[in-house]
Design a protein around this ligand. Structure first.
Ligand SMILES: Cc1cc2nc3c(=O)[nH]c(=O)nc-3n(C[C@H](O)[C@H](O)[C@H](O)COP(=O)(O)O)c2cc1C
Length: 323
C-alpha cells in the first residue's frame, strides 16, 4: 500500500513522493511576462522535498492573458528566463512542469486591447470562428515547445476554472451549433485537438491535463461527463490527470473550510482510468493527505494555499509521517 512519501514512476520520471504544488498565479512575472528572481526564489523555496512542481498558468498568446504581471509562454524571448527557473528547481532535484492557458472570454478588454474570444458570443465577447481554431491550437503547441526548450519536464494544459478549454467543455458556456458544440463528443473536440497537438509537439515529455470536473450547476458539466472525457484524455496520451473545478472555479464558496473538497470527483474519475490522478482542495494536514494515498482515493495530492503560507509544508509532512 503506497503512502504520501512513496515515489511514483510516471512516463520517464520518478517523483520522489506524492506531494504536488499545484499551479498558483503569483503576479511575480515582469510586465512582459518574464520570469523574475523573486519568482525563482518563490518556487525553489517550496520545491525542496516536493514530488512535483506545477508552475502557475502562463499565457499562450496576448489575447488570453489574465493580468499585467502574469507569466508568459507566448514568445521565444521568454525561453532564457524560463530556463533559469527550471535550472534552479532541478538543482533541488524536483521535476517541474509549466501550466499553459488561454483565458477565452475572461480577460479584460483593457488588458488585451481587443474583444475577448470564446466558444459562444456573450456581450462584448466574440465567438471564435472555425477558421481561427488551428491558430489557437498551434499557439498552445508553440507555448509547450518553448517550455520544453527551457528545460521543463512537461506541460499541464489548463482545462479547468472556466477558462478557454473549459468554456468549450461546459454546456453553460458552449452554445455552438457546429461540430464544436452540443454533444459531449463535440464539446470535448477542441480541448482534445489541443491535447493531441501538444502531445505530438512535446514527444516523450510529461503531459498533464487540469480538468474542470464539475460546474456545480444542474445545467453544467456533471461527473459522468468528466469520466467519459477523462478516458478520452488518457487515450490521447495524457500522463497525469489533475482534477479540479469547472465553471464553479477552484475554490467554490460552498466548499470553503472543507478538507479535500475536489477529492470525491478525483476518486470517481480514478476508477475509470489507469493514469495517475491528482486530488486537490483545501488540504491542510499531512496525515489527511497520507490517508488519501493509503486509501487509494488519489495517486498524488496537491497542496496549494498551505504551501504558499508555509514553504516547509512538505518537510514537516515528511517528518510527521515518518515518526
Ligand atoms: C493565489 C492562487 C492562484 C491560483 N492560480 C492558479 C493557476 O494559475 N492555475 C490553476 O490551475 N489553478 C490556480 N489556483 C488554484 C490552485 O491550484 C488550487 O487548485 C486551489 O487553490 C485549491 O487548492 P488549495 O485549497 O490547496 O489551495 C490558484 C489558487 C490560488 C489560491
Amino acid at each position: 500500500m503506497a503512502s504520501l512519501l512513496d515515489p511514483l514512476n510516471v512516463k520517464n520520471l520518478t517523483l520522489r513522493n506524492r506531494i504536488v504544488m499545484p499551479p498558483m498565479h503569483t503576479g511575480l512575472a515582469s510586465i512582459n511576462g518574464e520570469v523574475t528572481n523573486e519568482m525563482i526564489e518563490h518556487y525553489v523555496e517550496r520545491s525542496v522535498n516536493l514530488g512535483l512542481l506545477i508552475v502557475e498558468h502562463s499565457y499562450i498568446s496576448i489575447d488570453g492573458k489574465y493580468s499585467a504581471r502574469q507569466l508568459g509562454s507566448h514568445d521565444d524571448k521568454l525561453i532564457s528566463g524560463l530556463e533559469k527557473l527550471t535550472t534552479s528547481v532541478h538543482e533541488v532535484n524536483t521535476p517541474i512542469v509549466l501550466q499553459i492557458n488561454h483565458l477565452g472570454a475572461k480577460p479584460s478588454k483593457d488588458l488585451i486591447g481587443i474583444d475577448p474570444i470564446s466558444p459562444s458570443a456573450i456581450g462584448d465577447i466574440r465567438e471564435i470562428r472555425i477558421q481561427e481554431m488551428d491558430r489557437i491550437v498551434e499557439n498552445y503547441a508553440l507555448a509547450a515547445d518553448r517550455a520544453i526548450k527551457a528545460g521543463f519536464d512537461g506541460i499541464e494544459i489548463h482545462g479547468a476554472h472556466g477558462y478557454l478549454l473549459n468554456q468549450f467543455y461546459s454546456p453553460l458556456t458552449n452554445r455552438r451549433k457546429d461540430k464544436y458544440g452540443g454533444s459531449l463528443d463535440n464539446r470535448t473536440k477542441f480541448p482534445l485537438e489541443v491535447v493531441n497537438r501538444v502531445r505530438e509537439k512535446i514527444r516523450d515529455k510529461l503531459l498533464l491535463y487540469r480538468l474542470g470536473s464539475v460546474d456545480l450547476d444542474k445545467k453544467g458539466t456533471q461527473i459522468d461527463d468528466s469520466k467519459q472525457f477523462a478516458k478520452r484524455l488518457e487515450e490521447a496520451g495524457v500522463n497525469i490527470l489533475d482534477v479540479s473545478g469547472g465553471i464553479c472555479g477552484h475554490i467554490p464558496p460552498e466548499f470553503q473550510g472543507r478538507q479535500g473538497f475536489f477529492i470525491p470527483q478525483a476518486e470517481s474519475i480514478k476508477k475509470v482510468i489507469k493514469i495517475p490522478v491528482i486530488g486537490v482542495g483545501g488540504i491542510k494536514e499531512s496525515l489527511f493527505a497520507d490517508m488519501l494515498i493509503r486509501n487509494e482515493k488519489v495517486d498524488l495530492v496537491a497542496i496549494g494555499r498551505e504551501l504558499i503560507k508555509d514553504p516547509d509544508w512538505s518537510l514537516k509532512a515528511i517528518r510527521s509521517i515518518s515518526n
